[in-house]
Design a protein around this ligand. Structure first.
Ligand code: BES
Ligand code: MN
Ligand code: ZN
Length: 497
């Protein structure tokens, strides 16, 4: 969809549909008051008839409102003004975008950017509005032979601002919103693509394609032979059961000063996780195509940064493999040697994410990073602990953890910190290797992070377990694009934005 910013007299906007807010008890928002005045009380008059009282979720379409240039006015219920938060604002936005897209108008003016939303900063409202608008229009159709065409889809949305002085900030917000939305879309598309399309080779090709389209991005893909030379025995042990060759994808974006230390994002790119010899149960196993969503979020965040031309050095590292049972696959009890030299007893072949990540993390040392963040659909235990609301966050540096938590809550893509205390480390003790790849009963999300912490001693590091947040199950099954909003917010913060 196309977006633009409009200022000037709201009542003179020539548009197919003007979207306005109504608070509880029929209280008009500031922009709705302007329209009411121009129409000599028409809005208040209609509301009095009782069709709408302003409760959150309500919608009322009005035609031929006198005194204004818009053909229609769509009133959205927002609930109590003092209780308006991100969730309610986004709910109203999503509902109106969807219903306009289903019919009515092909373009509209969004007149709700002047309402105060408790957990959206004023300067970010345009950006967040665009991100959510794109979110609500998203459809995955790549693997359908026919797509239902809409008769009159919504094509253009103008965001109206009361104050001309906000124009510059709003224009920036618009660009940022479009960039972040584009990153989220890429992450969703890659996540939703099934395992027979989205293989490690496919991901590597997508990275190369991204590299060709942006001058500041260099892409390198390491093949199994090269990984062998580097001693990546943990990563390679996972792909032994697969006919698809593993890839280590490296995307290097030089947007900052040549000598500025880079932020490195390491994303789990397991394109299908059957569990290997420790085979998973059949129910919902299809969802293990999403086991590359950490990697996909690195792609999406990279895309957003490229689109924003962020002045930062950012490196994306995506170890990619399948995890399948096979005569040559990893077996429980096998001992493998990681690139770091540490040996690992593979007690459960389904704990494969940490095996591919540990070598990618060791590899990241060579970039002399300012910070390393890994993102992974790592443990089912994280869903037990936090459900689908928050990503699990663990870090070896408190300031970094705080920075990520803040980034997440300021854009509604929240994380919640779990402890990474030394006491948990002993759960990884092994009789036959330096460590086991599982920590036994209890604190599965934390022991997975403990495992990774043994490969991240040389830099500031944080780990995001996105098992519960990267996709939705059930009727609305699909990738969410999380945590691209959190990561881009974090990187923008590092650029002073
Ligand atoms: N990809 C899974 C984690 C997962 C499971 C994500 C369910 C989302 C939904 C990971 O590779 C895995 O299998 N982890 C095991 C670890 C266990 C064997 C210690 C798990 O969580 O069961
Ligand atoms: Mn697994
Ligand atoms: Zn996995």
């Amino acid at each position: 969809m196309e977006y633009s910013i409009k200022t000037g007299d709201l009542t003179k906007q020539r548009t197919a549909c003007l979207i306005l807010g109504v608070f509880a008890k029929r209280q008009l928002s500031p922009s709705a008051l302007l329209v009411d005045k121009a129409s000599k009380g028409h809005l208040k008059e209609i509301l009095k008839r009782g069709d709408m009282n302003g409760e959150s979720g309500q919608q009322l379409m009005l035609y031929d409102v006198p005194g204004i240039q818009a053909e229609r006015v769509l009133l959205l219920g927002l609930g109590k003004a003092s209780e308006l938060n991100r969730k309610r604002y986004m709910k109203a936005l999503t509902a109106s975008i969807k219903s306009l897209n289903d019919g009515h108008a092909i373009e509209a003016v969004w007149g709700l950017c002047d309402v105060a939303v408790s957990n959206i900063p004023e300067a970010g409202i345009v950006r967040e509005t665009i991100v959510q608008s794109e979110e609500s229009l998203y459809q995955f159709a790549e693997t359908k032979s026919t797509v239902k065409k809409r008769q009159r889809p919504l094509k253009r949305l103008a965001v109206w601002l009361a104050d001309r002085r906000q124009l510059k900030t709003a224009q920036k917000g618009l660009q940022q919103g479009k960039a972040i939305a584009k990153g989220i879309k890429l992450t969703k598309d890659l996540g939703n693509l099934p395992g027979n399309y989205c293989t490690p080779t496919y991901l590597a090709d997508q990275a190369k394609k991204l590299g060709r389209s942006h001058a500041k991005l260099k892409v390198q893909v390491l093949e199994e032979k090269q990984m062998e030379k580097l001693g990546m025995g943990a990563l390679l042990s996972v792909s032994r059961g697969s006919r698809q060759p593993a890839k280590l994808i490296i995307m290097n974006y030089q947007g900052g000063k040549a000598d500025a230390k880079p932020v490195v994002l390491v994303g789990k790119g397991l394109t299908f996780d059957a569990g290997g010899i420790s085979l998973k149960p059949a129910a919902a196993m299809d969802e293990m195509k999403y086991d590359m969503c950490g990697g996909a979020s690195v792609f999406g965040t990279m895309m957003a940064c490229l689109e924003m031309d962020l002045p930062i050095n950012l490196i994306g590292v995506v170890p990619s493999s399948e995890n399948l049972p096979d005569g040559d696959a990893n077996k429980p009890g096998d001992v493998v040697t990681s690139m770091s030299g540490q040996t690992i007893e593979v007690l459960n072949t389904d704990a494969e994410g940490r095996l591919i990540l540990c070598d990618a993390l060791t590899y990241s040392e060579r970039f002399n990073p300012a910070t390393v963040i890994d993102i992974a659909t790592l443990t089912g235990a994280c869903i037990v602990a936090l459900g689908n609301q928050a990503s699990g966050l663990m870090a070896n540096n408190e300031a970094l953890a705080e920075e990520l938590l803040d980034a997440g809550s300021s854009c509604g893509d929240r994380a919640w910190q779990l402890p990474l205390w030394d006491e948990y480390q002993e759960q990884l003790d092994s009789n036959f290797a330096d460590m086991a790849n599982i920590g036994g009963k209890g604190a599965g999300t934390i022991t997975a992070a403990c495992f990774l912490s043994r490969y991240t001693k040389k830099f500031k590091w944080a780990h995001l377990d996105i098992a519960g947040t990267a996709w939705r199950s059930g009727a609305a099954k699909g990738a969410t694009g999380r945590p691209v909003p959190l990561l881009t917010r974090f990187l923008m913060g590092r650029c002073g934005l």
